[in-house]
Design a binder for this molecule. Structure first.
Ligand SMILES: Cc1ncc(COP(=O)(O)O)c(C=O)c1O
Length: 354
């Protein structure tokens, strides 16, 4: 069988054997009536791990972000987000489509906004302006290259939000990656946020699901919005069972993905790609690299790499993203590095001949 190393995303993982067994044997009920014991067990466990009053299982991190924003804003309000955040760019415009809220974006450095930028992005209280209600943070930040917001940065931004009368939603789809990388518990990292999204299908390897966490009254509102979005579930215990396995077995091992990402960044840089953030600043499992124009055409690079069995997404401009995960080993990373070198060597020969 041809070897395939899929670096498109950490969402491409297959459920582990333990997850499949737990799913097959899950005790279930109808979650609409709140009598699915496995869903309740997952929600209670997550609430305890995060030190929040309550949690709710939803189908995806996008749905978790959606219901969190809908539960904390009304039509005509404004939300502050980092310019390259996932919610603003990659969630099909739900802020406008469902929320009727005005996004106010701020350009962060490596995805990090400063308290001063947040203060400046709040609309003045006047009849002319939308009222700013919510600050959205993303930790880790996908498009910035998996960068973490430190505990101090989270506390600074959330403190500023409180002083401005704003609620804070944290898109923590990869919050466990941040926690492992920083050596700070998810409880501490998310403590100042009013609502938190946690994805189960990324580094944690589940086939479906995400969690929303916050105060009990917020979760009750979010549950109603989940119903509005068609996200109510019945025997959800079938996939909640995988979530329980993930919380028990898939968190500490994220350090392996981070080490693999850093090694990959080194290999890509050695092969001649422009890695940004540079290898020594790769904090979690995401690596971005630009294919220099003089070396090769980026689309050609990606398709030649694919023919060798190393899969990455189509490039944006000249920028290619690689994400490490449970189904990629240290040996796979060496293989991927060797393939990149071969592809670029052929590309360079072609360029010098033409
Ligand atoms: C930071 C962040 N938030 C939310 C999401 C949405 O996740 P999903 O597409 O699984 O709903 C993603 C997906 O990549 C993400 O990277």
């Amino acid at each position: 069988m041809t070897r395939v190393v899929n670096l498109r995303s950490d969402t491409v993982t297959r459920p582990t054997d333990a997850m499949r067994r737990a799913m097959a044997n899950a005790e279930v009920g109808d979650d609409y009536y709140r009598d699915d014991p496995t869903v309740r067990a997952l929600e209670e466990k997550a609430a305890s791990v995060f030190g929040k009053e309550a949690a709710m299982l939803v189908f995806s991190a996008t749905m978790a972000n959606l219901v969190s924003v809908l539960a904390q804003t009304s039509r005509g309000h404004s939300v502050i987000l980092e310019e390259s955040s996932h919610i603003f760019n990659n969630e099909a415009g739900f802020l406008a489509a469902f929320g009727g809220v005005t996004p106010r974006t701020v350009r962060g450095v490596r995805g990090r906004m400063t308290p001063a930028q947040v203060r400046a992005a709040v609309f003045p209280r006047a009849v002319l302006h939308p009222q700013t209600r919510l600050l959205c943070l993303e930790n880790t930040h996908n498009a910035a290259g998996g960068c973490c917001l430190s505990l101090q940065q989270v506390q600074g931004l959330c403190g500023t939000a409180v002083s401005l009368g704003l609620k804070v939603h944290l898109d923590g789809a990869r919050i466990f990656n941040a926690s492992v990388s920083l050596g700070v518990s998810v409880k501490e990292l998310t403590a100042p946020a009013d609502s938190v999204t946690v994805c189960l299908t990324k580094g944690l390897g589940c086939p479906v699901g995400a969690l929303v966490l916050g105060r009990q009254d917020f979760i009750e509102d979010a549950r109603r919005w989940r119903q509005v979005a068609g996200g109510g579930m019945r025997q959800g215990g079938v996939f909640a069972a995988a979530g329980l396995v993930a919380l028990d077995t898939m968190v500490d091992r994220l350090a392996v993905d981070h080490a693999n990402a850093r090694r990959l960044a080194v290999l890509l840089a050695e092969a001649g790609l422009h890695v940004d953030p540079p290898p020594e600043e790769v904090e979690t499992n995401i690596v971005f690299a630009e294919v220099p124009e003089e070396l090769m055409d980026a689309a050609g690079f990606v398709s030649a790499l694919g023919l060798k069995g190393v899969v990455v997404n189509a490039p944006r401009a000249r920028r290619v993203r690689c994400i490490t995960h449970h189904d990629v080993s240290a040996d796979d990373i060496e293989f991927a590095g060797a393939c990149v070198r071969e592809v670029l060597a052929v590309g360079a020969t072609r360029t010098s001949v033409s």
